[in-house]
Design a protein around this ligand. Structure first.
Ligand code: GLN
Length: 276
């Protein structure tokens, strides 16, 4: 079977499974399997695929047809122009979070002590470190699988960072940071089953923000000031329609939160300064 025929077969299969962007995913899976760069198949449409490759490709396409996220099948996701290793058990980095990471790189003072709280793959803290090598970055997550993956990403990307494991601020008790970044779980618990099927493959622990989705925001509002230096900044991602309600939770010693957009223009994160 040629590359062209295999792509057409895969596209048909993914279309029947209602996979959004079926043609693109068919191409991304085959490029990933063959280790080719994006559009690397363009000049190879007429080439034959050997039986082993075709069988491996069909297995990947079957997984995608069951709505497993592309990034788990490929084992990687792009974020801030870098490639992060991805694995089931840890939330996949999303482009929704890139504007916040870019903002962090802009607001961090020289040599800033930075905490990425609920780090998952480490994409926010490591993305920042790669833009701002002077930052001193700590990554923290309750999930041992996330911590292991964050360490692996730090090593592969050659981004120096400390990784600590434990519940929320517990692993950094007694320390202060100049900048805290967080993409905490924020999906309202009863909204989880209604999300696109791909999200069902991700760890609920990374998504479930309690009844109204704001439980981690209440914890941030109560606890974050103790871990911020005076004038320090907290950047925290919010879900659709949540930014204003989340902002209301932050009173003194914080100055009123600013709501900032993601790259699609949707309100996506809060920027909050410890005012004293
Ligand atoms: N942005 C993710 C989603 O929409 C949620 C991530 C989170 O809960 N922090 O699936």
């Amino acid at each position: 079977m040629t590359v062209r025929e295999a792509l057409r077969e895969a596209e048909g299969r993914l279309t029947r499974a209602d996979v959004p962007g079926a043609a693109l995913d068919a191409a991304l899976l085959l490029e990933g399997l063959l280790g080719l760069p994006r559009l690397g198949l363009f000049a190879r449409q007429g080439e034959a695929l050997d039986a082993e490759t075709l069988s491996a490709y069909r297995k990947w396409v079957s997984r995608r047809a069951l709505r497993e996220p592309l990034q788990y099948i490929l084992g990687e996701a792009a974020f801030m122009g870098r490639v992060f290793v991805c694995r089931p058990g840890v939330l996949i980095p999303r482009s929704d979070s890139e504007a916040m990471c870019a903002r962090a790189a802009g607001v961090a003072a020289r040599g800033a002590r930075v905490l990425d709280l609920c780090c998952g793959t480490g994409c926010l803290g490591l993305g920042l470190k790669l833009e701002r090598p002077d930052a001193r970055v700590t990554l923290s997550d309750i999930s041992p699988a996330a911590c292991a993956l964050a360490r692996e990403n730090a090593r592969r990307l050659d981004a120096e960072a400390e990784v600590v494991q434990g519940d929320f601020f517990a692993p950094v008790a007694g320390r202060v940071f100049d900048l805290i970044l967080s993409n905490p779980p924020y999906i309202p618990a009863d909204a989880l089953p209604g999300l696109q099927p791909e999200v069902g493959f991700e760890p609920p622990q990374a998504l479930d923000g309690g009844a109204d989705g704001l439980s981690f925001y209440r914890r941030l509002a109560a606890e974050a000031a103790a871990f911020l230096s005076p004038g320090g900044v907290l950047l925290a991602e919010t879900g659709d329609g949540q930014a204003e309600d989340a902002a209301q939770l932050f009173g003194s010693p914080f100055s009123p939160p600013a709501v900032r957009p993601d790259l699609s223009g949707n309100p996506r994160f809060l920027e909050i300064r410890r005012a004293d």
